[in-house]
Design a protein around this ligand. Structure first.
Ligand SMILES: Cc1cc2nc3c(=O)[nH]c(=O)nc-3n(C[C@H](O)[C@H](O)[C@H](O)COP(=O)(O)O)c2cc1C
Length: 215
């Protein structure tokens, strides 16, 4: 079977497969590096990088756990993960998953840019100010995760007005995507929120704004 490649910003993903970001410690250097190496898009999770290599990068532990948010996320840990993934993937595109809901979101996005990440993927909220944190890194592609056409519309409207920018691609996820999309338990069971029924309206909305690939 052959697939068409997928273009996200200036990057070409040879095989149009985007590995889901999975924190804590699941989609780090080995998984993401190898997915990219094989021609898909490997996605490094930025969550809990203080835990990387048996908490080597957490400054302070209490009861053998990284103390507070400052040690749960470690820039050095994130750097070590990205370096290791790069050593596997070479110059193939590599993405980072950075949840909008985390504290210090902007800082982590900035770090990802500084550390050579090509594509940033953000869910768990409406990242209406995402481009603000990638200023000075115009090649870094920005990919929000949405679960409705309305969410994509809000993002496109704000980004266009404030930053003269649009998403380089958009990911649609339904209620079964892992719980970050804000569906209530009752909504998870409703026909209208099934992923199959969310895709077409998002594709239609994306087309109104230009050539935004929908993943
Ligand atoms: C263990 C686990 C951790 C996850 N962590 C994240 C995360 O940190 N950020 C995120 O955007 N999605 C996260 N997800 C959601 C996945 O990226 C993906 O959207 C989801 O698993 C649906 O894809 P699937 O049907 O192929 O599993 C996680 C999923 C799993 C199973």
């Amino acid at each position: 079977m052959s697939f068409n490649s997928l273009k996200i910003g200036k990057y070409t993903i040879e095989k149009p497969i985007v590995q889901g970001g999975m924190g804590v410690g699941i989609s780090w250097d080995q998984l993401a590096g190898n997915v990219s190496k094989e021609g898909g898009l490997g996605v490094i999770s930025s969550v809990g990088t203080g835990y990387f290599m048996d908490k080597e990068f957490a400054g302070k532990l209490v009861a053998n756990r990284p103390l507070s948010e400052d040690n749960f996320y470690s820039r050095d840990g994130f750097e070590a993960i990205i370096k290791s993934a790069r050593s596997i993937a070479g110059d193939k595109p590599l993405a980072a998953n950075i949840l909008y809901a985390i504290s210090g979101y902007g800082n982590v996005v900035r770090n990802a840019c500084e550390l050579g990440i090509d594509i940033i993927i953000t869910g768990a909220g409406l990242p209406t100010n995402m481009p603000e944190f990638t200023e000075g890194y115009p090649d870094v592609a920005l990919v929000p995760i949405v679960s409705s056409a309305k969410a994509l519309k809000i993002i496109c409207k704000r980004w266009k007005k404030r930053y003269d920018r649009l998403p380089d691609a958009v990911i649609v996820e339904g209620p079964k995507s892992g719980g970050h999309q804000g569906f209530t338990y009752e909504q998870c069971k409703l026909e209208e929120y099934r992923l199959e029924n969310l895709v077409a309206p998002v594709v239609a909305e994306a087309a109104l704004w230009g050539d935004i690939p929908v993943i």
